[in-house]
Design a protein around this ligand. Structure first.
Ligand code: SF4
Ligand code: NI
Ligand code: CU1
Length: 699
């Protein structure tokens, strides 16, 4: 924590902390007058009850009585650390007490669920979200819209606290996690930003409870957040500023503070953004493409409804496909974007047209295998433009341009400009020239489609031939080490990273692009056990990459030295000894598993890069792999899955079972529709004669 200095800011902040602590105590006493002392207190949708209390003070706070005691013992002190801790805990207590009696439903508040934090893990580590801006107060000098748009354009996640929310609502800005602009609430809701930061440390960093110094170090060192303080200096805003400083988060204010120490001052939106990014060492690389609407990864989740669209292609309404191919550099002209066929200029709303997007790339490091790696990114890149919406891939894509974006001048040609810009940005090390054809000409599209389909098919065959045995090396992914310092994913042709986003080909391309980055080849040498999937070379790699925390891993087993889990896994795989099998639960599933616990609680046991035999974070599609826990019998061990996961995996899951010679297996796997308890599950398994019952004992 920062050094204490006597200053105007500190003494004002101390008053603010005092006000909040007094309010927290009285709110808690009030609650105690109407509730029994053992009444549990916790935010919903987290396994850390009150995450700031959980991580900052040594004694557990899970009931009203414990909260009252903790608040009673809290002292403010005169230094940054003391004032910050008191402010953070008092604000969190006030926010949490509002949940008593279900007065506030989870959706009504800005509390960020554990699952959303897990979901944000990947974009935060891969740089899609380069930082987190917390904006507090009421804008007086700075243009609030310009400020948040500036952060969105740069891909930041922005959290809002106080009157600024109303100011942005008045400007009709779309808000929500989908557009990375999250309103948390008024005043004390700043605790919700801090307790989200703390949970990054608890979930990914595996930090212990009650270790305040470790938590402060983690947030300062690893969570790329900062505070923008709008409006007047008053005791509360001063306390908020000091609290952020206590956690090592820079503060940029729009008004000068008396004797403000480390608080920076900027009165214009752009300058405030620049100063904030600089203070937190957040680097934004590359230029935006030349498009007439806001552009940035923050807009990725924006939806465009049919009624709001000017243009549409694909989605069953017209023929539409996208294809990326490599070509010799000398045959291409970098930056050339051609429109072949009619433009949408002057068309009337809900215009439908056939469409083909043909991208040609060339460069030294480019390989045919990387065509799919880059082609799959078309989806992300087009979605970055506000008013442009993309779904699907290949010849099942679906594209819309909103009326608003059309009025702003967004045309088909801009899709080409975006792809040229982004491919250079992300793949510049292997691709030097990018050329794009946007085709609306019916005849041309008809002629090109069969060729595209043939290529898709060839690529599928190539992927199917890529087995673990067929390759000489696996790849590591240590991208998540920026949050989970000891976690390593071993990515093989038949095993995606547990985030579901890094395939063997992706990792291979990643290594080509940045050899000193998060993906490295691991040659398969010194086979120790074929069934368990254990190699000396893999062990040596993980040992070194985990700072000697992890002596060995068996990539084909759940029970014996399984892969570790960072925190951003799509699903959990865990042993159910009573059923002699395993269950899988995906992050989206909100109900309880037959063990009586939901995903979010189970997830708490296996995060932080720790190896936990019997528990593992996995990608959803890993269930379809021929290398899905073969050491334990593979898919025939699965006794329970949520219905939505079964549906998500669809026909491919059936095909997998068929390949194993068990065409009726999937029907025998229970879902929440058949069984809600362990007893029901076991009865169900017996009734359908599930194959897991006949396998060797799991424990
Ligand atoms: Fe993180 Fe593993 Fe995904 Fe890499 S593959 S981003 S380490 S979860
Ligand atoms: Ni270029
Ligand atoms: Cu991760």
């Amino acid at each position: 924590m920062s050094e204490a200095t006597e200053s105007g800011l500190l003494s004002t902040a101390k008053q603010g902390a005092d006000t909040l602590l007094t309010l927290a105590r009285s709110t808690c006493e009030q609650a105690l007058s109407t509730h029994p002392p053992e009444t549990p207190i916790s935010f919903p949708t987290t396994s850390y009850q009150l995450p700031l209390f959980y991580s900052l003070i040594p004694s557990p706070v899970t009931t009203l009585e414990e909260l009252s005691k903790a608040l009673g013992e809290l002292t403010i002190g005169d230094d940054v650390g003391g004032i910050g801790t008191a402010t953070a805990l008092s604000a969190e207590a006030i926010e949490a007490l509002a949940f008593l009696d279900g007065e506030k439903a989870a959706e009504e508040t800005g509390f960020i669920p554990d699952n959303l934090i897990r979901q944000l893990g990947l974009p935060l580590v891969d740089g899609t979200i380069p930082g987190i801006a917390v904006i507090f107060g009421e804008a007086q000098k700075v243009d609030a819209v310009e400020l948040v748009r500036g952060y969105q354009e740069r891909g930041l996640l922005t959290m809002l606290v106080g009157p600024v929310i109303g100011q942005l609502e008045a400007a009709e800005l779309e808000m929500g996690a989908e557009v990375k602009l999250v309103p948390l609430g008024q005043g004390t809701a700043v605790a919700l930003a801090l307790n989200a930061a703390a949970r990054i440390g608890l979930i990914f960093g595996n930090l212990p409870a009650g270790e305040a110094a470790q938590m402060a170090d983690y947030i300062q060192g690893k969570v790329p957040a900062f505070l923008n303080l709008l409006g007047e200096q008053d005791p509360i805003s001063s306390a908020v500023a000091v609290t952020c400083l206590a956690f090592g988060l820079p503060v940029v204010a729009e008004r000068a503070f008396d004797d403000a120490g480390e608080v920076l001052v900027e009165t214009e939106a752009e300058a405030m953004i620049t100063a904030s990014l600089k203070a937190r060492s957040i680097a934004i690389v590359g230029e935006r493409p030349d498009v007439p609407t806001p552009f940035g990864s923050a807009f990725e989740g924006e939806r465009i409804r049919k009624a709001d669209s000017h243009f549409q292609a694909g989605g069953g309404a017209s023929v539409s496909f996208e294809l990326l191919r490599m070509a010799p550099v000398e045959e291409l002209t970098d930056g050339e974007v051609k429109l072949i066929g009619e433009d949408i200029d002057g068309t009337t709303p809900l215009h439908i047209s056939p469409l083909a997007i043909i991208v040609r790339v060339g460069g030294d490091g480019m390989q045919e295998d990387f065509e799919t790696v880059i082609e799959r990114r078309i989806h992300d890149y087009l979605n970055y433009a506000m008013g442009l919406w993309h779904m699907g891939q290949r010849d099942i894509n679906w594209i819309r341009i909103s009326k608003e974006a059309y009025s702003a001048g967004l045309r088909l040609i801009h899709m080409g400009k975006i792809l040229h810009n982004r491919i250079h940005q992300d793949f510049g090390k292997i691709v030097q020239v990018v050329e794009v054809d946007i085709i609306t000409d019916q005849v041309k599209i008809k002629n090109l489609l069969p060729q595209a389909r043939k290529l898709y098919h060839q690529r599928d065959l190539r992927l199917a031939s890529l087995t673990d045995e067929a390759v000489e090396e696996f790849y590591s992914c240590t991208l998540c080490q920026s949050f989970a310092p000891i976690h390593v994913c071993v990515v093989t042709p038949e095993r995606l990273g547990l985030c579901g986003s890094v395939s063997w080909l992706d990792a291979r391309a990643g290594y080509q692009i940045l050899p000193e980055g998060g993906n490295k080849p691991i040659t398969k040498e010194g086979l120790i056990d074929e069934t368990l999937g254990e190699w000396e070379s893999v062990n040596a790699f993980v040992r070194q990459a985990s700072q000697n925390k992890l002596p060995r891993i068996c990539i084909y087993s759940l029970m014996e030295a399984p892969m570790t889990s960072c925190g951003c896994f799509e699903a959990i795989l865990m042993v159910v000894p009573e059923a002699n099998g395993v269950l899988v639960v995906n992050r989206e599933f909100e109900g309880d598993t037959p063990l009586g616990l939901p995903f979010s609680t189970l997830a708490g046991n296996i995060s932080g890069g720790v190896q936990t035999p019997g528990f593992m974070g996995i990608s959803k599609r890993f269930l379809l792999s021929g290398k899905f826990i073969p050491a334990e019998g593979g898919l025939r061990r699965v006794v329970w899955l949520p219905e939505e996961l079964k549906e998500f995996l669809g026909e491919e899951l059936g095909a997998r079972a068929e390949k194993m010679g068990m065409p009726d297996l999937i029907g025998k796997i229970a879902t929440e529709n058949e069984t809600r308890t362990l007893e029901e599950l076991i009865a169900h398994l017996k009734q359908v004669d599930h194959p897991a019952l006949g396998l060797s004992a799991m424990i």
